[in-house]
Write a protein that binds this ligand. Structure first.
Ligand code: TYD
Ligand code: MG
Length: 451
């Protein structure tokens, strides 16, 4: 029997010690240490080494395996072109956001086209999953279900069923037979994930793990979980809106920050091929304080409307509140407008939001925010067919931004013709003679040309 030693892990940063500590030296969190008996590594590692002797990296026969298509172009793009066989993908998201729905739909599609899929649910009963499958109109005999929460027995099931894809809903409900601690604890999460990663590589099936998130939105369990898997996806959305964003936070097989947009309806999740149109839907033209920006989400440009409201502070110190944009960048932009342009915002409350619930944290949206603020403050609308782009520096200069042409093309597709862009990017003008491209060096110049 393996000798056990007790170790402790910080539940927020994964710091490991031999004794319990009140405060984590890694992240400074209080009372975050949890106990986890860890098996001393023995036979498993040594035999694994013997099975796979080292071989030359270059020159050895190499065939890239065909990725499993998910039959959703949106999902495929986020994954970098389908599911890589043998890879492990962690999907995190708030409760009730639609993780189980998303993966059940994906399971059905993969089952139909690419092989057997095993859906393991420790959260819901067979009846509940059956009811959901019925609601989603899923049929087919290659989708298998198991409610096995014991990893030892699940291992046997995986050997028998030999799935192309396994879905674990959720990793917090799995328990490793060698550990005495309850499911969901740090030790269990680490050991179960490690074991599933090993099985997936060894038996060459792909594996989705559903993970819960904590109150602050990070995946429950130490970050070590994110290091162990190949891809981390996060499923986001506002509870009172029906669209959902799937974002690749980490991807060993594709670009990160790639997003897919879905809407949640009666028959489950449907992909949105044209998110810009969705985000700009219902936009009222010629209202002071509204500007369209072209943000880059991964490799894809998405057009969103930035709205600003500036009104005199009635009581106390002025408020600044933001939704969907970086708070600090808005404060900085307001300070630049105050000092470099001379707008008197110091006694004004400022509210900035991105319509539709998308979060755009790119600096390239700065100029859009500045224009929206100034437009609302001066009560002059910015021309509704204008898109603004550019990062703002502390001296009030407008800095160049990347992939301008890509953003431009997306905006042109949606009917925009007028662009306020950094002077440094203006060389693209000759390729777009029929568009109105305005190059600006400073924020002041951008305001002069737009308001
Ligand atoms: P679910 O996939 O159970 O979320 P999670 O696994 O992330 O906790 O989705 C739950 C929500 O989705 C629930 O509030 C009902 C809603 N829903 C629909 O609106 N339409 C549907 O077709 C389905 C299956 C769920
Ligand atoms: Mg669920």
């Amino acid at each position: 029997m393996a000798r056990e030693r007790i170790s402790f892990f910080c539940s927020s940063c994964g710091h490991e010690t031999g004794k319990w500590l009140g405060r984590c030296p890694g992240c400074g969190g209080w009372n975050t240490f949890q106990e986890a008996p860890v098996k001393t590594k023995g036979a498993r590692t040594s035999s694994a080494a013997a099975e796979h002797p080292p071989e030359p990296l270059i020159g050895a026969t190499f065939t890239e395996e065909r990725r499993l298509p998910t039959h959703s172009t949106e999902m495929d793009r986020v994954l970098g072109g389908g599911i890589v066989p043998g890879s492990v993908i962690l999907l995190g998201g708030d409760p009730g956001i639609g993780k189980s729905t998303l993966l059940l739909q994906l399971a059905a599609a993969v089952g139909e086209q690419s092989g057997i899929v095993l859906y393991v649910s420790g959260e819901e009963s067979r009846q509940q999953v059956q009811m959901r499958a019925q609601r989603l109109g899923i049929c087919g005999d290659r989708l298998f279900f198991s409610s096995e929460a014991d990893l030892g027995r699940l291992r046997n099931a995986l050997e028998t069923v030999k799935p192309a894809l396994a879905i674990i809903d959720s990793i917090q409900t799995m328990s490793h037979p060698d550990l005495q601690v309850p499911p969901g604890s740090i030790g269990q999460l680490r050991e179960c994930t490690a074991e599933l990663v090993r099985l997936a590589k060894f038996q060459n099936f792909s594996c989705f793990l559903i993970g819960h998130v904590t109150k602050d939105g990070s995946l429950a369990g130490p970050r070590v979980l994110e290091h162990m898997v190949d891809t981390v996806l996060s499923f986001e959305g506002e509870r009172h809106q029906n669209f959902r964003l799937l974002r690749a936070v980490k991807n060993r097989f594709g670009a990160t920050n790639e997003i897919a947009v879905f809407t949640m309806g009666e028959a489950g999740l449907a992909e949105v091929a044209n998110p810009s149109a969705l985000f700009l839907d219902g936009r009222a033209a010629d209202i002071p304080g509204s500007v369209v920006v072209a943000a880059l989400e991964g490799t894809r440009p998405v057009l969103v409307e930035v709205q600003a409201l500036v009104c005199p502070t009635v009581f106390g110190s002025p408020r600044r509140a933001t939704t969907g944009v970086d708070y600090n960048r808005v404060v900085l932009t307001a300070a630049v407008l105050e000092k470099r342009v001379g707008l008197n915002l110091a006694n004004q409350d400022i509210y900035v939001s991105v319509v539709g619930g998308l979060k755009v944290i790119e600096p390239a949206v700065d100029l859009g925010v500045a224009l929206a603020l100034a437009s609302n403050f001066r009560n002059i609308p910015v021309d509704a067919g204008t898109v603004a782009l550019g990062e703002i520096g502390l001296t009030g200069e407008v800095r160049a931004c990347g992939q301008v042409e890509q953003r431009l093309r997306e905006a042109v597709r949606l009917g925009f013709r007028r662009f306020v862009i950094p002077e440094r990017n203006i060389e693209i003008r000759e390729r777009y003679p029929d568009l109105e491209l305005i190059g600006v060096k400073t924020v002041r110049e951008a305001l002069d040309r737009s308001l």
